[in-house]
Design a protein. Structure first.
Length: 1061
């Protein structure tokens, strides 16, 4: 790699030249025509294929693997387990200097424990990937499953099992910071505004899954081609784990089919492939399947933020308190450890607002789930979601316009440069200008008027604002400050004149689909004085370009672009000096035009090819520059959107979307706009669709694109973009980075728009149609059953010693409806049901209102006189008892009638004593049941992971509430004996692993009189039907540590008393 020996002087850019051009992407031709080289396109001679055995359980002791059947399988060349790596391959370590942070080493192959579904346990090397896959099925596993902790709530429970023995209380990190006197701020506040946001666990879901090819280099080293954003950091880790000199490891970034941060980390697979290549002395290849990707490629977000603000009457925030929980997964990832979201989110919750008093607690929690890593807008998406919800909640509580609340809180342009309360140095910008620009483009006043008219017509229309500031392109000081010792923070560019006269460029920031090759070509062309088309940008090869950090945190247009411009400007000087020598002309008389160096005013000159040819056709002009940003840059924007929510389906339609953004100097406006639109699509996906779901046992429930929904063109809005340009004052190109802002702003804007349409306070994403319908649609248990049967057909709906799955329950309900129709039941008829707590009662409770009839629950305890009175008062068209079930289950010909969607339709006549102690009947509308039962499930936080055990008959009010739990996807647990006893109840609760029990105070009192043996799974108890004496509640919670809630009187609100016996 020859280069000029003379020291060259850098001169900052004077003329923009190609910078600012709307140039079409130069790389798209080969990407679209199939001439790009992705990992799966590589097939070295003699290449073998690797398949990986992954853990089927989330937590357990790995007692052994019998690999001998796989070793004997056709085409198999080798099978490796953890013992084979012992002494020759170190675990993957994260080197942190952050006080209080811990990140246990990650074994390449699981040794004696598995900690998440998808963790690698063994590797098969075979002639083809299909032979490898077949052989994996032959490996016999001996794993003793252990209880898993899946959520941060699970992991932080007092009795929670530890994910790692070295991680006390399952906390990788606990951070606390306080700035200013928060107590004083709250003392002087006119109002206190509180809120909570939850961002789901998500996947970046790139088009290309991970792929690695490794080959021995013949000198004891290894070459690795991998779909990565950080080739140099991968090389560092391979050298460390395999105990090789740095020079013995070469890593080449292949063309990357989407990274989004997911590929900005070192994976154990990359270490393992390098080890196998050296061990077997053959090239090896691993291409991940989508199902593997969903299990084992890093996830992101999974955060909850609770906040409380001291607010002045004009909306000004005087002080802010926040608590952040981040579920990090089973391991910290290299090079970031478990600190990305736990540090990033609290550091930016004050956002673009002038908030000087702030306190936070942040928890990085270990769970038995796939490790979390960076994803577009890491740490910042949830921070912005929190502070933008705060702005809207302030507006709602004080009766102000959301735009006005932002205006009164923004950092003013005159305050720039501004040091935020968490020490983020905002170098330049005008946040109010971005808001006003977006409001103008949106025609905000007219939009609010349109919204008011729509609401008057009964339509659910909402407007959401998402204003933010982000940090990008950080240098070494930022990563050193966070204690992330594996990240250098610098980036390097090498620019050289090849023997044919073409200019070549490599940077340490590989292209990952964001148009970087075009951007870098424009920057290099500006530095040299040639056309961008004459610059050949290559993917990063650690053997070709010096050390650097990689492509993440929007570094490309900041750090890599700066090093590229500096190197290109130095190469220009070198070219002119070389031409000066060859032409015997002073350099001041020379200029570069086209592909030649010309003498001003004369026809003499040299082509770049002539100048580059040193006699052997090799490059003679070669410059490298490394850039370390003194501080991060801070682009910002305001997003505005209008949505309409369909009351019946819960679907969200985006009516309008506007962005006013400032990413500093735009190298290529077209590429910036592409980044904004793509980012908005991913933000919309997070707000509306995407969620990585785990069961309570840590099993992945969303392992394919059938269950994990990503936005398509249909969900992506047309985005109107306005550019503001406030150059960065800390980087000579004036750029600030544009890779992540679309996602950051969109998630908050969409959440605010939907919250505005539905008058929501707390927001838990994603706001899927079924969740929205729980708010917009009247009580309609059939639709929720249908949804759960479609989404989770094999999940348990009813447990009675065996289980009835949601799919089965729906089939039974349909049969009952046909049987009822055969027996003459029609919409509006009253149908009495007298059954014990059996699954058939559950099916009828759903079937009867679902066909428009009215259910009349008849308690088994009613005597003959009471039954006669009840029939006289309600005149049921049919009464169903146990004797009728077999006939009722026969399939009938007619289709059952369709239920009236009117929310005020009577769906049930309930018999209740109410708070008066006198039995009476209550006609319950769909709306009333929704409001009553919704409060029940929300207060108990019922989810699909719960198993709810009714201790009283389902025919009674509190028992009937349990049926509403099916709406949340929870399972109902049935007692198998007709008469309740505490012994039987606790036995069933333990066997079924019930999480919630529901009954009357008498149930609780009788259980307290028994020896304490509360099931470990139980997390809550609810009672109604009679007042709960405070001393009983206190005694229960003291002796069991299980919270108890009273819903006494909840059935009386708004009901119609028909009569009393």
């Amino acid at each position: 790699m020859p280069s000029m020996s003379k020291t060259l002087t850098f001169h900052p850019m004077a003329e923009p030249g190609p910078i600012g051009m709307r140039l079409r992407r130069l790389e798209d031709g080969r990407l679209l025509r199939g001439t790009a080289q992705f990992a799966d396109d590589l097939e070295p001679k003699g290449c073998l294929h690797v398949g990986l055995l992954r853990s089927p359980v989330a937590s357990g002791e790995l007692r052994g693997l019998d690999i001998s059947p796989a070793q004997a399988a056709p085409g198999v060349r080798a099978v490796f387990a953890a013992a084979d790596l012992d002494g020759t391959c170190l675990p993957l370590a994260v080197h942190l200097t952050t006080p209080g942070a811990v990140s246990p080493d990650r074994p390449i192959l699981a040794i004696d424990r598995v900690r998440f579904v998808g963790e690698m346990m063994a590797a098969v090397v075979a002639d083809t990937r299909y032979q490898a896959a077949d052989a994996l099925d032959l490996i016999q596993q001996e794993i003793d499953p252990a209880p898993a902790v899946v959520t941060f709530e699970d992991a932080m429970a007092e009795t929670a099992p530890l994910v790692h023995e070295a991680v006390a209380e399952n906390l990788y990190f606990l951070g606390h910071r306080a700035y200013g006197d928060l107590e004083e701020a709250f003392d002087h506040a006119d109002s206190v505004v509180e809120g909570e946001v939850t961002h789901p666990r998500v996947s970046a879901a790139p088009l290309e899954c991970r792929g690695v090819v490794a080959a021995p280099d013949g000198k004891g080293g290894v070459a690795v081609w991998t779909s990565t954003q950080i080739p140099h950091l991968v090389a560092d880790a391979i050298a460390e784990c395999l105990r090789l000199p740095a020079a013995a490891v070469r890593v080449v970034a292949t063309d990357v089919g989407g990274g989004f941060g997911l590929k900005a980390q070192v994976y154990p697979e990359e270490i393992l492939l390098a080890w196998i290549a050296i061990r077997l002395y053959v090239p090896v290849k691993l291409i991940e399947t989508r199902s593997e990707h969903m299990r084992a490629a890093s996830h992101a977000r999974d955060q909850n933020v609770k906040f409380s603000a001291a607010v002045r009457k004009d909306g000004r925030v005087l002080g802010l308190r926040a608590t952040i929980f981040s579920s990090v997964g089973a391991y910290g990832i290299r090079p970031f450890g478990p600190l990305l979201d736990p540090l990033g989110t609290p550091g930016l919750i004050t956002g673009p607002y002038d908030i000087r008093v702030y306190e936070y607690d942040t928890y990085a929690v270990a769970t038995n789930t796939c490790p979390e890593g960076p994803y577009r807008g890491v740490g910042m998406v949830t921070a912005v979601l929190a502070h933008e919800r705060l702005m809207d909640l302030i507006a709602a509580q004080l009766g102000l316009d959301p735009a006005d609340v932002r205006r009164v809180n923004f950092v003013a342009a005159a305050q720039m440069p501004y040091l935020s309360v968490t020490n983020h140095p905002y170098e330049s910008g005008d946040y109010s200008a971005a808001l006003e620009s977006a409001l103008t483009a949106f025609d905000y006043t007219a939009a609010r008027g349109e919204q008011a008219r729509a609401r008057g017509d009964g339509r659910l229309v909402g407007i959401g604002i998402g204003s933010y500031v982000e940090y990008t392109g950080a240098g070494s000081s930022t990563f050193q400050g966070r204690g992330m010792a594996d990240i250098p923070g610098t980036d390097t560019s090498r620019v050289w004149l090849a023997g044919d006269g073409s200019v070549h460029l490599q940077t340490t920031c590989p292209a990952i689909g964001q148009g970087a090759h075009t951007t870098f070509a424009q920057v290099a062309a500006a530095g040299i004085g040639i056309a961008p088309e004459n610059v050949v940008v290559e993917q990063t090869d650690t053997a070709t370009v010096g050390h650097g950090t990689g492509s993440f945190m929007s570094r490309g247009s900041v750090t890599a672009a700066t090093s590229t411009y500096r190197a290109a400007a130095l190469l220009r000087e070198a070219i002119l000096e070389a031409a000066s020598y060859r032409l015997d002309q002073p350099a001041e008389r020379l200029s570069i035009k086209g592909a030649a160096v010309l003498v001003d005013g004369e026809p003499a000159g040299l082509t770049l090819a002539q100048l580059a040819d040193g006699g052997d056709g090799q490059a003679v002009l070669d410059v490298s520059e490394t850039y370390d940003a003194g501080q991060a840059s801070h682009p910002y924007a305001t997003h505005l959107c209008m949505v309409e929510v369909d009351r019946e389906t819960g679907a969200v339609r985006i009516l309008r979307y506007v962005v006013a953004e400032d990413c500093g100097v735009l190298i290529n406006p077209t590429i910036v706009e592409g980044q904004v639109v793509g980012g908005v699509a991913q933000g919309v996906g997070a707000a509306l669709l995407e969620e990585i779901a785990y069961g309570a046992d840590g099993q992945l429930l969303s392992g394919t694109f059938l269950d994990y929904l990503i936005p398509s063109a249909g969900e992506t809005p047309a985005v109107e973009i306005t550019h503001l340009v406030t150059p960065s004052t800390v980087h000579e190109l004036g750029t600030k980075g544009a890779g992540e802002g679309g996602t950051i702003g969109a998630t908050a804007a969409m959440a605010n728009a939907i919250a505005d349409a539905l008058s929501l306070t707390d927001v838990s994403l994603p706001l899927t149609p079924d969740r929205i319908a729980q708010v917009t649609r009247p009580y309609d248990p059939m639709s929720y059953l249908e949804w759960n049967a479609l989404r989770r057909p094999h999940a348990t709906a009813v447990w009675d010693g065996g289980k009835i799955e949601f799919g089965e329950l729906l089939a039974h309900v349909r049969r009952f409806q046909r049987g009822l129709a055969v027996r003459g039941v029609k919409a509006g008829d009253v149908v009495g049901v007298q059954l014990p707590n059996v699954w058939q009662y559950v099916a009828l409770e759903l079937a009867i209102p679902g066909m428009g009839a009215v259910i009349l629950p008849m308690p088994m305890s009613l005597g003959e006189h009471e039954m006669r009175w009840l029939r006289e008062m309600t005149r049921p068209a049919l009464t169903v008892t146990a004797a009728d079930l077999e006939v009722l289950s026969d399939d009938g010909e007619p289709e059952p009638p369709t239920a009236d969607p009117d929310p005020d339709r009577i769906v049930e006549i309930a018999m209740t004593s109410g708070t008066t102690g006198m039995p009476k009947l209550a006609s319950l509308s769909a709306r009333l049941k929704q409001l009553t039962f919704e409060g029940f499930t929300r207060r108990l936080e019922i989810t699909e992971n719960d198993r709810v055990l009714p201790m009283t008959p389902l025919t009674q009010g509190i028992g009937g509430m349990c049926l509403y739990c099916l709406r949340a996807g929870a399972a109902l647990v049935m007692l198998r004996e007709p008469h309740w006893t505490p012994e039987h109840c606790l036995d069933v609760a333990a066997e079924a692993r019930a999480t919630v029990m529901v009954g009357v105070p008498t149930n609780v009192i009788r259980m307290l009189n028994q020896p304490p043996r509360i099931p470990e799974s139980l997390r809550a108890v609810a009672v109604a039907g009679a007042p709960l004496p405070p001393e009983i509640a206190e005694r229960w919670e003291t002796s069991t540590a299980v919270p108890i809630s009273s819903f006494y009187g909840s059935m009386d609100a708004g009901q119609l008393a028909v009569a009393s016996p």
